[in-house]
Ligand binder design. Structure first.
Ligand SMILES: [Zn+2]
Length: 232
């Protein structure tokens, strides 16, 4: 326990992971709308003011959120590095509702923190940030690299989505062609050859469309060059 404030120490097994912004040495939510108190737990509030008994409510979205581990947090949230970013473990207690990717809790207090180096401007006083946070919240604070604390952009699954759609469409078109050929084959040699010729023509159409697109792109590039004032 931290100085009898009712904050569980490392013996309590329940911990989640969160990001914070550091604002003048205080931990804030990423949108900076909520400041985490020092020396006493953050207590969940119901933003809807619902009368559903102890917080968090099962059917409500309230409670203090934390991801189940750092890897999950990195998948769920991709914070920018333009202002001081802190990542860490948070103790959760009181009423805690577990979910697949994390928890919603009634009480929370940071347990161990890391300040992300790349989010700190070298011109700032913030070189002292780990020391300031440790002094204020009385928990261990270290610094860490963004490579450990933040997901790479490329791992964002939404960026892969258009490519997945393209591949699925190509596979489905291929299957349709095979089915059409198989059906034509059953109907006889002549119909099969006609269908095969039609499919080959389709492929040619696609090749022609592609080359037309590429050449129009090339023309556009030439136009841009021609418009440059130095004529180069
Ligand atoms: Zn609620």
């Amino acid at each position: 326990m931290i100085a009898g404030l009712g904050i569980p120490d490392g013996i309590d097994p329940l911990a989640g992971w969160r990001y914070w912004r550091a604002d003048e040495g205080w931990l804030c939510s990423l949108n900076k709308l909520k400041t985490w108190p020092a020396g006493k737990p953050l207590v969940a509030q119901c933003p809807l003011g619902m009368d559903h008994g102890p917080l968090p409510g099962e059917q409500c979205g309230c409670g203090i959120y934390a991801a189940i581990d750092l890897e999950t947090l990195k998948e769920l949230v991709q914070p920018h590095l333009e202002s001081p970013l802190v990542v860490g473990e948070v103790a959760l207690w009181g009423k805690v509702i577990p979910a697949e990717l994390g928890y919603r809790a009634e009480f929370a207090y940071p347990r161990r923190l890391w300040v992300v180096d790349e989010s700190i401007s070298t011109l700032d006083w913030l070189g002292d940030l780990p020391v300031n946070l440790a002094g204020r919240y009385h928990v261990p604070v270290e610094s860490c690299g963004a490579g450990w604390a933040v997901a790479e952009e490329a791992t964002n699954p939404w960026q892969l989505e258009p490519r997945v759609r393209e591949i699925r469409a190509a596979v489905s078109a291929f299957k349709q062609s095979v089915d059409r050929l198989a059906a034509a084959l059953v109907q006889g040699d002549e119909i099969y050859r006609a269908e095969l010729a039609r499919l080959r023509a389709e492929e040619r159409t696609e090749a022609i469309a592609r080359s037309a697109f590429q050449s129009s792109f090339g023309t556009h590039m030439q136009d841009v060059k021609a418009r440059r004032p130095d004529g180069s």
